[in-house]
Design a protein around this ligand. Structure first.
Ligand SMILES: [Zn+2]
Length: 344
């Protein structure tokens, strides 16, 4: 009898392990494919309602035109090389999209990545040279002692020279620069409470320790992902022979990076104020090369993300860590939902 029970138990265990093996494999594969579902491509600047260009200006071209051309090339390549990923353009035409709307589009579409395309500009270098001297009359003393004097004053000519700055840089939003976590959170607060952004957290108190902890976790997670992608982008530019000006952080000034609830990068593809780079940025080959570099970086990023996910799954198996992670993501998800619903 005992033997029979044991055999039945053994059979049952084998069945269970077989079923879990069968169901386990496809589940892991489908999860792997869903690391990135939606990418937002954001072409910087655009034509303003009054018809004027918005952004930097070169010798013969405008930043907004190049941003759109590079973004279109990028979108085309994404469709061809990663057809399973949904691509959303936040500025699909030459017309400008207001900054707050860009972040809304990204958040409403639940983007997994936000890629912002820009063109850099450097202010012309001011120079001056001595062109001669001028005789200036002045007086000293008072009354009878008043005397007429003359002196020679150097004369300068000031002029500007084009700034030779060139190369690429990729920006990420850098709240981690603040060692003090509370300061980082306070810096986030105006963005979270921004009325234009229309984010309302409902019952969640933004000053509660839970909210602060969760937001920090999210900021930290996004920071790591944004920094990794930005690094891959710069690596690819460097491989293509471009001048690598590195990954840079900004705590202020790049609003879209801060307001998008997803890993986000802003790529400065080159200097419109450098004539050789302006030619490159306006050429079809240049635009294709830039898009190709960004696509390869996204491929590398996805591979990295999948590896990260596998590692965390292994770490969580066998304990209730997985449950804890799910609780945190569920609450973050709820916060995002609340934000998106209010934005519509
Ligand atoms: Zn710009």
């Amino acid at each position: 009898m005992i033997k029979r029970i044991f055999l039945a138990f053994l059979f049952l265990s084998l069945c269970i392990s077989f079923i879990s093996f069968r169901t386990g494999t496809p589940a892991a594969t489908s999860k792997k494919q869903k690391v990135i579902k939606t990418i937002i491509v954001d072409a910087g600047h655009g034509i303003m309602p009054n018809g004027g260009h918005n952004g930097a200006r070169g010798a013969y071209s405008y930043e907004d035109e190049i941003c759109l051309a590079v973004s279109k090339e990028l979108v085309k390549k994404f469709h061809a090389e990663m057809p399973e990923i949904r691509i959303v353009e936040s500025r699909p035409t030459e017309k400008i999209t207001p900054i707050h709307r860009r972040a809304e589009i990204a958040n409403e579409n639940k983007g997994d990545l936000f890629i912002c395309i820009h063109v850099n500009a450097a202010v012309p270098i001011k120079r001056s040279e001595l062109i001669g001297h001028k005789t200036v009359t002045y007086y000293t003393g008072k009354g009878k002692n008043r005397k007429k004097q003359t002196k020679k004053v150097p004369q300068y000519r000031t002029y500007t020279q084009p700034n030779p700055a060139k190369g690429t840089e990729t920006y990420i939003w850098g709240s981690h620069k603040n060692e003090d976590k509370e300061v980082a959170m306070r810096e986030n607060a105006p963005m979270l409470m921004e009325e234009n952004y229309k984010v309302n957290y409902g019952d969640v108190d933004p000053n509660s320790p839970e909210f602060i902890a969760l937001s920090l976790l999210k900021t930290k997670q996004f920071f790591k992902r944004s920094a990794t992608l930005a690094g891959y982008v710069q690596d690819e530019f460097s491989r293509a022979g471009r001048v690598d000006r590195d990954v840079r952080q900004r705590g202020v000034g790049i609003w879209v990076l801060q307001a998008t609830a997803m890993p986000s990068i802003l790529v400065e593809t080159g200097y419109i104020t450098n004539r050789a780079e302006e030619d490159y940025l306006n050429s079809k080959e240049g635009q294709k090369e830039l898009a190709g570099c960004i696509i390869r970086a996204v491929f590398n990023y996805i591979a990295w993300l999948e590896k990260q996910q596998q590692t965390s799954e292994q770490d969580n198996s066998g304990n209730n860590g997985r449950q804890a992670t799910h609780d945190v993501s569920a609450m973050l998800h709820r916060i995002e939902e609340l934000g998106c619903n209010r934005a519509r």
